[in-house]
Design a protein around this ligand. Structure first.
Ligand code: ADP
Ligand code: MG
Length: 200
């Protein structure tokens, strides 16, 4: 992956999150404090504004820079978690990014999120999308399959009982709602798949 492609992916992530900020906010109003859309929008607008500088040092430095910016600008629970995802992508980025190396890098980045959040699959969080999608990437799925998998994984958080984050305060009342972070993860995966599919 060259820096042009990495830049396009970051732009696509930012465009998608900013476009869907109201949806993310509405989801967080139902089972949180209603700031997820605004948090993510603020973070990705900052990423977009700083993109030239962030991309000046090559691909791993771009991921690390995105991570630092998200940590600083997003706030809430999701800022440090998504920040950790990108920081670890930067740290784990393979010298020769072949399919196996990229898959391992993604798995390490998602594992870092789980460690940071002290969380695992089944707790109604972003990890319910990130963990299975990273596993499907490792299994060699193409973008179309990954997109479908991310959508299904996000929807699968609806019947879950939240065990992490603000939604966990609601206990049983968190059941029946889509997790905001699972939805933002789905949107980001779709944005990456869009760019990869354009390449053919
Ligand atoms: P806050 O909850 O501080 O208001 P956000 O609204 O920006 O932060 O983000 C909420 C999302 O963060 C949740 O929907 C969930 O997916 C994710 N989240 C919260 N806590 C954790 C955690 N410990 N591990 C993984 N994801 C988490
Ligand atoms: Mg919130």
């Amino acid at each position: 992956m060259d820096i042009q492609l990495a830049r396009r992916i970051v732009e696509a992530l930012a465009d998608r999150i900013v476009a869907e900020a109201d949806t993310l906010t509405a989801l967080d109003q139902a089972i949180g404090d209603g700031d997820h859309g605004l948090n993510m929008k603020r973070g990705f607008e900052a990423v977009r504004a700083e993109l030239d500088a962030l991309a000046a040092g090559g691909v791993p430095a771009l991921w690390s820079g995105v991570g630092r910016t998200l940590v600083m600008k997003v706030g809430g629970a999701s800022g440090p978690l998504y920040g950790t995802l990108f920081l670890q992508l930067g740290k784990s980025w393979p010298a020769t990014p072949d399919a196996a190396g990229l898959a391992r890098c993604l798995e390490e980045a998602v594992a870092a999120v789980a460690a940071r959040g002290k969380s695992q699959a089944g707790q109604k969080t972003m990890l319910d999308v990130l963990l299975p999608v990273a596993a499907r990437v490792a299994a060699g799925d193409r973008p179309a399959a990954l997109r479908a998998h991310a959508a299904a994984a996000a929807e699968a958080t609806v019947p879950m009982l939240a065990e992490r984050g603000r939604a966990s305060f609601l206990k049983e009342r968190s059941i029946g709602h889509l997790d905001p972070g699972a939805h933002s993860s789905r949107l980001m995966i779709e944005a990456v798949c869009d760019v990869l599919e354009e390449l053919g």
